[in-house]
Design a protein around this ligand. Structure first.
Ligand SMILES: [Zn+2]
Length: 357
């Protein structure tokens, strides 16, 4: 894709038109430049998603500009003003945005959604599964955190880690506002954005309601966090209740296979630069998960272990604040391995213990 094609410009490309990995200079006229520099830093460090398009569509003999925005970034060191300044750099007037499409329920994707909607009065489009979560973000996030905490004993998580997680959660809650969607979409729906037809492809796993968008005409695949170039997305745990444990990892693997052979010309991910070889990247991620599954199976084959013991074996130098992400991934692998008949679980008092079969 020509980077000048305005259909979708990832934030990183916008910040680094030459593809530079870091160190963009502040531009004259950016107030003192610090806000944009900070936004750029956030983009690099937190690598949030921001794509936008401003495609001219012809209608009744005239050109209609119909800009749209895909995801917004968080409120962390970033504001609607900063976001709009970045959009202005593309030559698009941010006030003319008609649609805001939100790919999934993560704060780095919808954090500023309510503020953008309030500023420009655009239609907000999201998935039927993640939309209601984003509409009651604080309530849903607190509920999920409380359930994680109540279930923590079953996973062998030491109490002090919940304190760390509590601090982290407080920060997270500040980084997004609830946002109401005007339209909820599902598999096969088409979102007409900037005169383009973006087909909705549901890709649950990273979150339960993550949706990707495919422009069949140009082959542009807006993958957000489903397929990333340098990292493997963390699969969500849909339900932490040990009796109804549900992880996104099995879905994630299915969703990868689902998009592997799409006839893409370019993949625009939510973080990092674009890719062209989707199948190769999907194969790499699938291979990574297979290797991780074998490692987990090997660990419980040595001796039965609980979830947190496995976490410590897989990541011996894990930062405490990342422990819950690691717990999520291991829960996912245990569910997959149980499904494949490679491990089984038993209760040892209040703790779930997994053993090789
Ligand atoms: Zn995400």
């Amino acid at each position: 894709m020509d980077r000048n094609d305005p259909i979708a410009v990832p934030l990183q490309v916008l910040c680094y038109p030459e593809g530079r990995p870091s160190g963009v200079a502040a531009e004259t006229g950016d107030r003192d430049g610090s806000a944009i520099q900070e936004a750029v830093d956030v983009a690099v460090q937190h690598a949030f998603n921001f794509s936008h398009g401003a495609a001219p569509a012809s209608g009744a003999g005239r050109i209609i500009h119909w800009p749209w925005l895909l995801d917004t970034g968080t409120r962390l060191n970033f504001s609607v003003d900063d976001l709009f300044e970045l959009i202005r750099r593309t030559g698009t007037a941010p006030d003319s945005i008609r649609q805001l499409i939100l790919s999934h329920r993560h704060i780095d994707h919808f954090g500023l959604g309510a503020a953008v909607k309030a500023r420009v009065g655009c239609e907000v489009v999201s998935s039927a599964v993640d939309g209601p979560f984003m509409a009651d973000w604080q309530g849903m996030a607190l509920g999920s955190r409380d359930l994680f905490r109540r279930s923590g004993t079953a996973f062998g998580i030491p109490d002090h880690l919940f304190q760390v997680n509590e601090e982290w959660a407080k920060g997270i809650l500040m980084m997004a506002e609830s946002v109401q969607s005007d339209r909820l979409v599902a598999e096969g729906d088409v979102v007409v954005a900037g005169g383009r037809n973006l087909k909705v492809i549901e890709c649950p796993g990273h979150t339960e309601g993550l949706v990707t968008f495919f422009d069949e005409q140009t082959g542009v695949f807006l993958a957000n966090d489903h397929v990333l170039q340098h990292i493997t997305p963390n699969p969500d745990v849909y339900d932490y209740d040990p009796d109804h444990l549900r992880s996104g990892l099995p879905d994630y693997v299915d969703s990868l296979r689902k998009v592997r052979d799409l006839p893409v010309s370019v993949v625009l991910p939510g973080h990092g630069f674009e890719m062209t070889d989707l199948a190769a990247r999907v194969d790499e991620v699938l291979f990574h998960h297979e290797q991780r599954a074998d490692k987990v199976a090997g660990i419980v084959a040595e001796q039965p272990r609980n979830i947190f013991e496995v976490v410590n074996e897989v990541w011996p130098t894990l930062r405490e604040r990342d422990a819950h992400l690691a717990v999520r991934e291991i829960i996912g692998h245990m569910i997959l391995l149980e499904r494949e008949g490679r491990v089984a679980r038993d209760w040892d008092g209040d703790v779930l213990v997994y053993r090789a079969v």
